[in-house]
Design a protein around this ligand. Structure first.
Ligand SMILES: Cc1cc2nc3c(=O)[nH]c(=O)nc-3n(C[C@H](O)[C@H](O)[C@H](O)COP(=O)(O)O)c2cc1C
Length: 279
């Protein structure tokens, strides 16, 4: 069996997940290749790939538009199987709908056989405490192990969140499309910017450009907040949406922390309890 893992990650959570999934599958003697989802007009998935695993963060209760567009450009699957792994920042609505991705993939001849939600620390609105983030990583390790076993065992497990969530996600995505445009237009690089060009190279929408007057943020932003999160001098900021994104987590450090007890500090954090208990 050969599994091809493709992931999109704005702030690093899904990249971490994809890497851990690769290790878990290799431990079970499954051949794995790992690659990021890019702007490639013609995604290369060879005939030797029997299972494609697509890992993505959840945006507005669905896969980011960028990932949906990439899936729509896949070569014909000819009935091969796809595993969908979504990494929401919150167990709310069980990580949203997978129906959009299922439909796009079915149109390309791919069959979704396994879906899994693995909650990661949220990168927007509210930054959770380090101990909750560490507990989420520990739960992610357990979910990754189960997922790897399920793939090895050839199980088929879909997680349908139902029509209500699907239509809520449609509404959320209309809002996101509208605010994405404004968010992108509102970004600025301040005086500390060294013009290293990292944001230009890393922007998945290719909407950031270097001009003689400085960095210019275009209007094709998909709000992945990668530019804010990766800027080495933290020069990028939003004037009106500064409340939206939260400070990065140090996942490699948190992954080594062994918290014995978890104190959920607010009603927001208490919503994770049920997810952690069933992980
Ligand atoms: C624009 C945007 C929309 C998001 N919408 C949701 C959402 O609807 N539900 C959710 O649980 N998390 C949401 N999140 C949080 C991310 O899905 C989550 O933190 C994810 O693990 C980030 O992965 P990444 O670091 O690989 O980008 C959103 C994040 C962004 C940037």
């Amino acid at each position: 069996m050969k599994v091809d893992i493709r992931y999109f990650s704005g702030t690093g959570n899904t990249a971490w997940l994809a890497d851990q999934l690769k290790k878990a599958l290799e431990k079970r003697s499954i051949a794995v290749s790992l690659g990021a989802i890019g702007l490639d007009a013609d995604p290369q998935i060879g005939p030797e790939t029997l299972t494609l695993m697509i890992c993505f963060p959840v945006y507005g209760l669905d896969a980011p538009p960028f990932v949906q567009e990439w899936a729509g450009r896949l070569p014909q699957g000819e009935g091969r199987s796809v595993v969908l792994v979504r990494s929401p920042g919150d167990p709310f609505f069980d990580g949203g709908t997978t129906r959009t991705m299922r439909r796009i993939l079915a149109e390309r001849g791919w069959r979704v056989t396994v879906e899994r939600m693995i909650v990661m620390p949220p990168n927007v609105f509210i930054r959770v405490s380090d101990d909750l983030a560490a507990f989420l990583l520990a739960a992610a390790h357990r979910r990754i192990a189960t997922l790897a076993d399920d793939i090895l065992g050839g199980k088929e497990l879909l997680e349908d969140t139902g029509s209500f969530v699907h239509y809520c996600s449609r509404a959320c995505n209309l809002l996101l499309a509208h605010h994405g445009f404004r968010f992108g237009r509102d970004l600025r690089a301040n005086k500390t910017c060294t013009r290293c060009g990292l944001c230009v190279r890393e922007c998945p929408s290719g909407t950031i450009t270097m001009t003689p007057d400085g960095i210019r943020f275009g209007d094709r932003c998909q709000v992945c907040i990668r530019c804010l999160s990766r800027c080495p001098v933290k020069a990028i900021h939003s004037r009106f949406y500064s409340w939206f994104s939260v400070e990065n987590y140090d996942l490699s450090a948190l992954d080594k922390v062994d918290f014995s007890t978890l104190k959920l500090r607010s009603w927001f954090e208490r919503r994770y309890r049920n997810y952690l208990e069933r992980s």
